[in-house]
Design a protein around this ligand. Structure first.
Ligand code: ATR
Length: 281
Protein backbone atom coordinates (compact mmCIF):
# COMPACT_ATOMS: atom_id res chain seq x y z
CA UNK A 1 0.00 0.00 0.00
CA UNK A 2 1.37 3.41 -0.95
CA UNK A 3 0.06 6.39 1.00
CA UNK A 4 0.20 9.83 -0.57
CA UNK A 5 -1.43 13.23 -0.40
CA UNK A 6 -4.62 11.90 -1.95
CA UNK A 7 -5.16 8.96 0.39
CA UNK A 8 -8.72 9.04 1.73
CA UNK A 9 -9.31 8.44 5.42
CA UNK A 10 -12.07 6.26 6.85
CA UNK A 11 -12.40 4.90 10.37
CA UNK A 12 -14.49 3.81 13.29
CA UNK A 13 -15.66 5.75 16.36
CA UNK A 14 -15.93 3.55 19.45
CA UNK A 15 -15.16 3.46 23.17
CA UNK A 16 -13.40 1.17 23.60
CA UNK A 17 -12.33 0.48 20.02
CA UNK A 18 -9.19 -1.63 20.55
CA UNK A 19 -10.93 -4.92 19.83
CA UNK A 20 -12.65 -3.79 16.64
CA UNK A 21 -12.14 -6.05 13.63
CA UNK A 22 -13.39 -3.41 11.18
CA UNK A 23 -9.97 -1.84 10.44
CA UNK A 24 -8.69 -5.27 9.39
CA UNK A 25 -11.43 -6.23 6.96
CA UNK A 26 -12.16 -2.74 5.60
CA UNK A 27 -8.47 -2.22 4.85
CA UNK A 28 -8.33 -5.63 3.16
CA UNK A 29 -11.22 -4.54 0.94
CA UNK A 30 -9.61 -1.21 -0.02
CA UNK A 31 -6.34 -2.94 -0.84
CA UNK A 32 -8.01 -5.67 -2.85
CA UNK A 33 -9.78 -3.13 -5.06
CA UNK A 34 -6.74 -0.83 -5.29
CA UNK A 35 -8.60 2.05 -3.61
CA UNK A 36 -6.27 4.71 -2.21
CA UNK A 37 -7.73 4.77 1.32
CA UNK A 38 -7.02 3.82 4.92
CA UNK A 39 -9.40 2.78 7.69
CA UNK A 40 -8.31 3.52 11.26
CA UNK A 41 -9.69 3.15 14.80
CA UNK A 42 -10.67 6.35 16.65
CA UNK A 43 -11.22 5.99 20.38
CA UNK A 44 -13.78 8.69 21.17
CA UNK A 45 -14.79 9.44 24.77
CA UNK A 46 -18.58 9.68 25.12
CA UNK A 47 -18.40 13.35 26.19
CA UNK A 48 -16.47 14.24 23.01
CA UNK A 49 -18.84 12.77 20.44
CA UNK A 50 -20.11 16.10 19.03
CA UNK A 51 -16.51 17.29 18.50
CA UNK A 52 -15.59 13.96 16.93
CA UNK A 53 -18.45 14.32 14.41
CA UNK A 54 -17.40 17.92 13.70
CA UNK A 55 -13.84 16.68 13.13
CA UNK A 56 -15.09 14.69 10.14
CA UNK A 57 -15.90 18.01 8.46
CA UNK A 58 -12.73 19.77 9.64
CA UNK A 59 -10.33 16.98 8.67
CA UNK A 60 -12.34 15.93 5.59
CA UNK A 61 -12.52 12.34 6.78
CA UNK A 62 -14.52 10.54 4.09
CA UNK A 63 -16.60 8.30 6.33
CA UNK A 64 -16.76 6.40 9.59
CA UNK A 65 -18.45 3.50 11.23
CA UNK A 66 -19.89 4.17 14.65
CA UNK A 67 -20.02 1.55 17.35
CA UNK A 68 -20.88 1.17 21.03
CA UNK A 69 -21.60 3.48 22.82
CA UNK A 70 -22.01 6.17 20.13
CA UNK A 71 -24.65 4.80 17.75
CA UNK A 72 -27.46 6.88 19.24
CA UNK A 73 -25.46 9.91 20.35
CA UNK A 74 -24.09 10.76 16.86
CA UNK A 75 -27.58 11.19 15.42
CA UNK A 76 -28.20 14.84 16.47
CA UNK A 77 -24.91 16.06 14.98
CA UNK A 78 -25.21 14.96 11.33
CA UNK A 79 -26.95 16.87 8.52
CA UNK A 80 -29.25 14.14 7.25
CA UNK A 81 -30.71 10.86 8.47
CA UNK A 82 -31.49 8.02 6.10
CA UNK A 83 -34.96 6.50 6.47
CA UNK A 84 -33.80 3.52 8.52
CA UNK A 85 -32.00 5.75 11.04
CA UNK A 86 -35.25 7.66 11.58
CA UNK A 87 -36.91 4.40 12.65
CA UNK A 88 -34.04 2.62 14.41
CA UNK A 89 -32.85 5.87 16.06
CA UNK A 90 -29.25 4.75 15.84
CA UNK A 91 -26.56 5.03 13.15
CA UNK A 92 -23.48 2.91 12.53
CA UNK A 93 -22.26 4.62 9.34
CA UNK A 94 -21.58 8.24 8.40
CA UNK A 95 -20.71 9.41 4.90
CA UNK A 96 -19.09 12.81 4.43
CA UNK A 97 -20.17 14.49 1.19
CA UNK A 98 -18.17 17.74 1.03
CA UNK A 99 -18.86 18.49 4.69
CA UNK A 100 -22.50 17.36 4.56
CA UNK A 101 -22.82 14.34 6.83
CA UNK A 102 -25.36 11.61 6.12
CA UNK A 103 -26.06 8.92 8.74
CA UNK A 104 -27.04 5.38 7.82
CA UNK A 105 -27.72 2.17 9.70
CA UNK A 106 -26.37 -0.96 8.02
CA UNK A 107 -26.69 -3.26 11.06
CA UNK A 108 -30.18 -4.39 10.04
CA UNK A 109 -28.93 -5.23 6.55
CA UNK A 110 -25.88 -7.01 8.01
CA UNK A 111 -28.12 -9.14 10.17
CA UNK A 112 -30.45 -10.04 7.31
CA UNK A 113 -27.63 -10.90 4.91
CA UNK A 114 -25.86 -12.95 7.59
CA UNK A 115 -29.04 -14.84 8.39
CA UNK A 116 -29.64 -15.51 4.69
CA UNK A 117 -26.38 -17.50 4.65
CA UNK A 118 -28.27 -20.02 6.83
CA UNK A 119 -31.86 -19.35 5.91
CA UNK A 120 -32.36 -18.04 2.35
CA UNK A 121 -36.08 -17.32 2.92
CA UNK A 122 -36.88 -15.23 5.97
CA UNK A 123 -40.31 -14.14 4.74
CA UNK A 124 -43.16 -15.82 6.62
CA UNK A 125 -40.94 -17.11 9.42
CA UNK A 126 -41.68 -16.89 13.14
CA UNK A 127 -38.82 -15.46 15.14
CA UNK A 128 -37.89 -15.18 18.81
CA UNK A 129 -35.75 -12.08 19.44
CA UNK A 130 -34.22 -11.85 22.91
CA UNK A 131 -33.31 -8.32 24.00
CA UNK A 132 -34.85 -4.94 23.23
CA UNK A 133 -31.79 -2.66 23.11
CA UNK A 134 -30.07 -0.94 20.19
CA UNK A 135 -29.04 -4.10 18.35
CA UNK A 136 -32.50 -5.54 18.70
CA UNK A 137 -34.06 -2.40 17.18
CA UNK A 138 -31.94 -2.81 14.04
CA UNK A 139 -32.57 -6.56 13.80
CA UNK A 140 -36.32 -6.09 14.17
CA UNK A 141 -36.27 -3.46 11.42
CA UNK A 142 -34.56 -6.02 9.15
CA UNK A 143 -36.97 -8.80 10.04
CA UNK A 144 -39.96 -6.54 9.34
CA UNK A 145 -38.48 -5.50 5.98
CA UNK A 146 -38.09 -9.18 5.08
CA UNK A 147 -41.74 -9.85 5.89
CA UNK A 148 -41.57 -12.21 8.85
CA UNK A 149 -44.85 -13.54 10.18
CA UNK A 150 -44.22 -13.09 13.91
CA UNK A 151 -41.61 -11.67 16.25
CA UNK A 152 -41.77 -12.71 19.90
CA UNK A 153 -39.76 -9.96 21.56
CA UNK A 154 -38.51 -11.23 24.90
CA UNK A 155 -36.85 -8.85 27.31
CA UNK A 156 -35.82 -8.88 30.96
CA UNK A 157 -37.63 -5.53 31.28
CA UNK A 158 -40.81 -6.25 29.33
CA UNK A 159 -41.76 -2.54 29.43
CA UNK A 160 -38.79 -1.81 27.17
CA UNK A 161 -40.06 -4.33 24.62
CA UNK A 162 -43.52 -2.69 24.74
CA UNK A 163 -41.94 0.73 24.24
CA UNK A 164 -40.10 -0.56 21.18
CA UNK A 165 -43.38 -1.90 19.76
CA UNK A 166 -45.14 1.44 20.38
CA UNK A 167 -42.37 3.36 18.64
CA UNK A 168 -42.39 0.99 15.66
CA UNK A 169 -46.18 1.35 15.42
CA UNK A 170 -45.59 4.96 14.42
CA UNK A 171 -43.71 3.75 11.32
CA UNK A 172 -45.27 0.34 10.50
CA UNK A 173 -49.05 0.58 10.86
CA UNK A 174 -50.13 -2.92 11.92
CA UNK A 175 -46.90 -4.06 13.47
CA UNK A 176 -48.72 -4.98 16.70
CA UNK A 177 -50.01 -7.99 14.72
CA UNK A 178 -46.41 -9.10 14.22
CA UNK A 179 -44.42 -8.07 17.31
CA UNK A 180 -45.43 -9.64 20.63
CA UNK A 181 -43.54 -8.42 23.72
CA UNK A 182 -43.03 -11.16 26.32
CA UNK A 183 -41.06 -11.56 29.56
CA UNK A 184 -37.99 -13.84 29.54
CA UNK A 185 -39.90 -16.29 31.71
CA UNK A 186 -42.33 -16.99 28.83
CA UNK A 187 -39.65 -18.03 26.34
CA UNK A 188 -39.80 -21.73 27.25
CA UNK A 189 -43.46 -21.85 26.21
CA UNK A 190 -43.07 -20.12 22.86
CA UNK A 191 -39.83 -21.73 21.61
CA UNK A 192 -41.88 -24.51 20.01
CA UNK A 193 -43.77 -21.90 17.95
CA UNK A 194 -40.74 -20.31 16.31
CA UNK A 195 -38.39 -21.13 13.44
CA UNK A 196 -35.55 -18.76 14.30
CA UNK A 197 -34.02 -17.81 17.67
CA UNK A 198 -31.89 -14.65 17.97
CA UNK A 199 -29.98 -13.48 21.04
CA UNK A 200 -29.18 -9.75 20.96
CA UNK A 201 -28.27 -9.43 24.66
CA UNK A 202 -24.81 -9.68 26.17
CA UNK A 203 -25.87 -12.81 28.07
CA UNK A 204 -23.47 -15.60 27.12
CA UNK A 205 -20.42 -13.39 26.79
CA UNK A 206 -19.15 -14.97 30.01
CA UNK A 207 -19.28 -18.76 30.17
CA UNK A 208 -20.75 -18.64 33.68
CA UNK A 209 -23.77 -16.54 32.55
CA UNK A 210 -27.15 -18.02 33.34
CA UNK A 211 -28.98 -19.39 30.27
CA UNK A 212 -31.68 -17.07 28.90
CA UNK A 213 -34.19 -19.95 28.89
CA UNK A 214 -34.12 -23.72 29.12
CA UNK A 215 -31.93 -24.66 26.16
CA UNK A 216 -33.26 -28.24 26.29
CA UNK A 217 -36.24 -26.85 24.35
CA UNK A 218 -34.10 -26.10 21.31
CA UNK A 219 -34.84 -28.49 18.44
CA UNK A 220 -32.86 -29.44 15.36
CA UNK A 221 -35.33 -27.55 13.11
CA UNK A 222 -34.46 -24.22 14.81
CA UNK A 223 -32.03 -21.75 13.25
CA UNK A 224 -30.10 -20.04 16.05
CA UNK A 225 -28.21 -16.74 15.86
CA UNK A 226 -26.22 -15.17 18.69
CA UNK A 227 -24.77 -11.77 17.80
CA UNK A 228 -21.94 -12.21 20.32
CA UNK A 229 -18.59 -12.85 18.56
CA UNK A 230 -17.99 -16.33 19.98
CA UNK A 231 -19.54 -19.74 20.42
CA UNK A 232 -21.78 -19.02 23.40
CA UNK A 233 -23.52 -21.67 25.48
CA UNK A 234 -26.65 -21.05 23.40
CA UNK A 235 -24.70 -21.80 20.21
CA UNK A 236 -22.99 -24.84 21.74
CA UNK A 237 -26.40 -26.33 22.46
CA UNK A 238 -27.60 -25.43 18.93
CA UNK A 239 -24.53 -27.20 17.53
CA UNK A 240 -25.08 -30.31 19.69
CA UNK A 241 -28.70 -30.50 18.52
CA UNK A 242 -27.68 -30.26 14.87
CA UNK A 243 -29.29 -26.84 14.27
CA UNK A 244 -28.16 -24.29 11.73
CA UNK A 245 -26.44 -21.61 13.81
CA UNK A 246 -24.14 -18.58 13.60
CA UNK A 247 -22.33 -16.10 15.84
CA UNK A 248 -21.99 -12.33 15.34
CA UNK A 249 -19.33 -12.38 12.64
CA UNK A 250 -21.59 -12.76 9.57
CA UNK A 251 -23.61 -9.71 10.73
CA UNK A 252 -20.37 -7.80 11.32
CA UNK A 253 -19.00 -8.56 7.85
CA UNK A 254 -22.23 -7.75 6.02
CA UNK A 255 -22.89 -4.49 7.87
CA UNK A 256 -19.32 -3.47 7.04
CA UNK A 257 -19.76 -4.49 3.41
CA UNK A 258 -22.83 -2.27 3.10
CA UNK A 259 -20.97 0.66 4.71
CA UNK A 260 -18.14 0.12 2.21
CA UNK A 261 -20.59 0.24 -0.68
CA UNK A 262 -22.24 3.42 0.67
CA UNK A 263 -18.83 5.11 0.90
CA UNK A 264 -17.20 3.91 -2.32
CA UNK A 265 -20.09 3.09 -4.64
CA UNK A 266 -18.28 -0.19 -5.38
CA UNK A 267 -19.34 -3.73 -4.63
CA UNK A 268 -17.66 -4.95 -1.45
CA UNK A 269 -15.37 -7.98 -1.85
CA UNK A 270 -17.11 -10.03 0.84
CA UNK A 271 -14.87 -13.08 0.51
CA UNK A 272 -11.75 -10.96 0.87
CA UNK A 273 -13.21 -9.34 3.97
CA UNK A 274 -14.10 -12.70 5.52
CA UNK A 275 -10.71 -14.17 4.70
CA UNK A 276 -8.88 -11.25 6.30
CA UNK A 277 -10.61 -11.97 9.60
CA UNK A 278 -10.01 -15.69 9.65
CA UNK A 279 -6.30 -14.84 9.67
CA UNK A 280 -6.78 -12.93 12.90
CA UNK A 281 -8.99 -15.07 15.13
P1 ATR B 1 -27.17 -3.20 22.54
O1 ATR B 1 -27.00 -1.86 21.88
O2 ATR B 1 -25.97 -4.10 22.41
O3 ATR B 1 -28.42 -3.90 22.13
P2 ATR B 1 -28.33 -2.25 25.00
O4 ATR B 1 -29.11 -1.23 24.24
O5 ATR B 1 -27.63 -1.82 26.26
O6 ATR B 1 -27.20 -2.91 24.11
O7 ATR B 1 -29.32 -3.49 25.31
C1 ATR B 1 -28.91 -4.57 26.07
C2 ATR B 1 -29.98 -5.66 26.05
O8 ATR B 1 -29.48 -6.80 26.78
C3 ATR B 1 -31.29 -5.28 26.74
O9 ATR B 1 -32.34 -5.96 26.11
C4 ATR B 1 -31.06 -5.80 28.16
O10 ATR B 1 -32.25 -6.04 28.89
P3 ATR B 1 -32.97 -4.83 29.72
O11 ATR B 1 -33.67 -4.00 28.69
O12 ATR B 1 -33.92 -5.52 30.62
O13 ATR B 1 -31.87 -4.11 30.43
C5 ATR B 1 -30.36 -7.09 27.85
N1 ATR B 1 -29.58 -7.60 28.98
C6 ATR B 1 -28.39 -7.15 29.42
N2 ATR B 1 -27.97 -7.88 30.48
C7 ATR B 1 -28.92 -8.83 30.71
C8 ATR B 1 -29.08 -9.91 31.65
N3 ATR B 1 -28.15 -10.15 32.58
N4 ATR B 1 -30.18 -10.68 31.56
C9 ATR B 1 -31.12 -10.45 30.61
N5 ATR B 1 -31.03 -9.45 29.70
C10 ATR B 1 -29.95 -8.65 29.74
Amino acid sequence: MILDGQTKVYGIFGYPVKHSKSPTFQTAAFQHLGINAVYVPFEVNPESISQAVESLRVLKISGVNVTIPHKESVVPYVNELSDEVKVIKAANTIKNVDGYLIAYNTDWYGFVEGLKELEPTIEGKKVLVIGAGGSSRAIIYGLLKEGVDKIYLANRTVERAKKLLNEYLQHFKVVDKIIHPIPLADINEIVKEVDIIVNTTSVGLNDEDFPLFNYDFIEQRHTVVDIIYKETKLLKVAKEKGCKYQNGYPMLIHQGAKSFEIWTGQKAPIDVMKKSLSLHY
